[in-house]
Design a protein. Structure first.
Length: 132
């Protein structure tokens, strides 16, 4: 996935000895958020960004979502049919959880961010694998 860095053993050892591990993690998080925002901007010019949940549901059902960024706590009452990607709004379930499952099943990435950290300013944005 394009937004995950796996630390080396030496980096982990250095981190473990760090005086302020939370500060290191906070700075790393800010760096990742900035990279996510840059990726969204680059993909937007290629028509590979979407933020409509119904559109994303269909894209995810067809393995077309590379990365999904969602605001922490965002919910949509409903469900997504995993075969067709059809979004059904109702009082049961959480369509956002279904969306996350579909993206993860197709080896896409899911990142949960604070609501004000999303690049689009809305509750959900995705980078698509190809232009729709």
């Amino acid at each position: 996935m394009w937004f995950v860095d796996v630390p080396t053993r030496d980096e982990l050892a250095l981190f473990a000895e760090s005086v302020a591990p939370r500060e290191v993690l906070r700075r790393e998080h800010v760096t990742h958020v900035a990279r996510d925002a840059e990726m969204v901007e680059r993909r937007r010019s290629q028509s590979r960004v979407a933020s409509d949940v119904a559109e994303l549901a269909k894209a995810a059902a067809h393995s077309a979502v590379d990365a999904l960024l969602i605001a922490d706590g965002y919910r949509v009452a409903g469900s997504i049919d995993s075969g067709t990607g059809v979004l059904t709004l109702d009082t049961d379930g959480d369509a956002v959880d279904d969306l996350c499952r579909l993206v993860l099943r197709s080896a896409g990435g899911v990142v949960v961010l604070e609501p004000d950290a999303l690049p689009e300013g809305g509750p959900v944005v995705a980078v698509l694998r190809f232009a729709g």
